[in-house]
Design a protein around this ligand. Structure first.
Ligand code: GLN
Length: 389
C-alpha cells in the first residue's frame, strides 16, 4: 500500500501467480513428476537447435531484428499457412512475429478493445485470456464448455452476444479440455460473427496436435478472412517452448493494429531463434506426422493409466492435455486435490477449476499433460495407482 491504495491496480487485482508457475514450483519443491505445466521434457528437432546455434554464431539476430519479424520467418509463416491451411497471407503486411502466442494475445486485446467492450471466450480458458482482457479494460463473457464432451453450446453463444460485444476469443484445439471445433461449429460461429460484425481472435497453438478430426482454421470460412486474427506459436509444434516465437496472421489492417500494440510491449524478441523457426516451418510432412502420432500414443498411454488409477477420463481430440474428473475418488475440489497430490503420490497436475468463472462447472476437473517421455509417463501412472482406494 502507498497513499492508502493497493500497489496492484484494480484491473489486475484478481490475478495472482499463474497456476502453472505455482504447480511447477510445487513439483520442484516436492521432487514430484510434473504433469502440470505443458512443456515437453525432450527438446525438439536437433537440426533446428543447431540452426539457432548457427544463427547465434553467425551474428544473425543478435541485434534487434525488424519489428514485424525477420523476412525469412514471415515468409516461412505465410508458406506454412498456405501449405497446411490453404490460406494466402502477404508476408510483408499480413504476418507479424511475436514473443510467443502470449504476446500475440495480449497485443490483440490491447489493440482491438475499448474499455467496456465485451469479449466472449470459452471457459475453461487459458489463463492469460482473462488477464489480457482485463488489462485492456475489456469485460470477459464466458461461454461454459461442459463435461463430458465440452462442445460449445452455440445457442448460448448466440444469446451471449450483445451490442457491446466486440470480439470472440476462440481456442481450438482447446486447452485444457482437448476439444477440437468441427466445421459445423466453426461455420455457425462464423455466421454469427458476420451477422453481428464481430472480430474473432483465434488461438491455434495446438494446430498440429489433432488426433481426431482435423484442424480447420476459422479464417478459411466465408466472411472470416478480414475479421479474424489467427495466432499460433512454435512452442508446441517444435517443442521449444522456451524460445517464445509466436505469430499472428490476419488481413493487413488487423495486423497493423496488433503491431501497434506489440511494438510497445517487447518491440522485438528471440532474434536468432527466428532464423531457426523459419527452418522448422519448412520441415517435411513426416516431421509433423510423427509429432502427432507420437503424442497420440502418449495420450493413450496416459489415458489408460489414469483410467486404471480410478480417474474418469475425458478423451481429448487434440492438444497434449487430458482433463479428468476426480469425483470417482470421492473428491470434489480439484485445487485441494492438486495441492495434496505430491504428498499422496509424487505427481503434479493442474486444477481446471481455476480456468472457470463459474465455480461449479470445473470444480472436480484435473488436467494432466502427456508431452513427457514414455518412462516418465509410466512412472507417473504407477504412482497414481497408489490413489486407488
Ligand atoms: N500453456 C502451458 C499450459 O497450459 C503453460 C504455459 C505457461 O506456463 N504460461 O500448461
Amino acid at each position: 500500500m502507498t497513499q492508502g491504495r493497493p500497489l496492484l491496480n484494480r484491473r489486475l487485482a484478481e490475478f495472482g501467480t499463474t497456476i502453472f508457475a505455482e504447480m511447477s514450483a510445487l513439483a520442484v519443491r516436492t521432487g514430484s513428476i510434473n504433469l502440470g505445466q505443458g512443456f515437453p521434457d525432450t527438446d525438439g528437432p536437433e537440426e533446428i537447435r543447431e540452426a539457432a546455434v548457427r544463427a547465434l554464431r553467425d551474428g544473425h539476430g543478435n541485434q534487434y531484428p525488424p519489428g514485424p519479424g525477420i523476412p525469412e520467418l514471415r515468409t516461412a509463416i505465410a508458406d506454412h499457412q498456405r501449405r497446411f491451411r490453404g490460406l494466402a497471407f502477404d508476408p510483408d503486411t499480413e504476418v507479424l512475429v511475436t514473443a510467443g502466442a502470449t504476446e500475440a494475445i495480449a497485443a490483440a486485446m490491447l489493440a482491438l478493445l475499448e474499455p467496456g467492450d465485451e469479449v466472449i471466450a470459452f471457459e475453461p480458458y487459458y489463463d492469460s485470456y482473462a488477464a489480457c482482457i482485463a488489462m485492456a479494460g475489456g469485460v470477459r463473457v464466458p461461454l461454459t464448455l461442459r463435461a463430458p464432451d465440452f462442445r460449445p453450446d452455440l445457442d448460448a453463444l448466440r444469446d451471449a452476444v450483445t451490442p457491446r460485444t466486440r470480439l470472440l476469443l476462440l481456442n481450438s484445439p482447446h486447452n485444457p479440455t482437448g476439444m477440437v471445433l468441427t466445421r459445423e461449429e466453426l461455420s455457425t460461429i462464423a455466421a454469427l460473427a458476420v451477422e453481428h460484425d464481430l472480430l474473432v481472435v483465434t488461438d491455434e497453438v495446438y494446430e498440429h496436435l489433432v488426433f481426431e478430426g482435423e484442424h480447420i482454421p476459422l479464417a478459411s470460412l466465408p466472411g472470416m478472412r478480414d475479421r479474424t486474427v489467427s495466432i499460433s506459436s512454435a512452442g508446441k509444434t517444435f517443442s521449444y517452448t522456451g524460445w517464445k516465437v509466436g505469430w499472428v496472421t490476419a488481413a493487413a489492417p488487423l495486423v497493423a493494429a496488433v503491431r501497434t500494440a506489440k511494438q510497445y510491449l517487447t518491440y522485438v524478441s528471440a532474434g536468432p531463434f527466428q532464423y531457426a523457426i523459419a527452418e522448422a516451418l519448412r520441415l517435411p510432412d513426416s516431421y509433423f506426422d510423427s509429432l502427432r502420432t507420437d503424442l497420440r500414443r502418449k495420450r493413450d498411454l496416459l489415458g489408460d493409466g489414469l483410467r486404471a488409477a480410478g480417474f474418469e477420463v475425458h478423451q481429448p481430440q487434440g492438444t497434449y492435455f487430458i482433463t479428468t474428473d476426480i469425483t470417482s475418488f470421492g473428491e470434489k475440489d480439484a485445487y485441494a486435490f492438486c495441492r495434496a497430490l505430491p504428498e499422496r503420490c509424487g505427481v503434479v497436475a493442474i486444477p481446471n477449476s481455476v480456468f472457470y468463472d463459474d465455480p461449479d462447472a470445473g470444480r472436480s476437473q484435473v488436467r494432466f499433460t502427456f508431452c513427457k517421455r514414455d518412462d516418465v509417463l509410466h512412472d507417473a501412472v504407477g504412482r497414481l495407482r497408489r490413489l486407488a482406494p
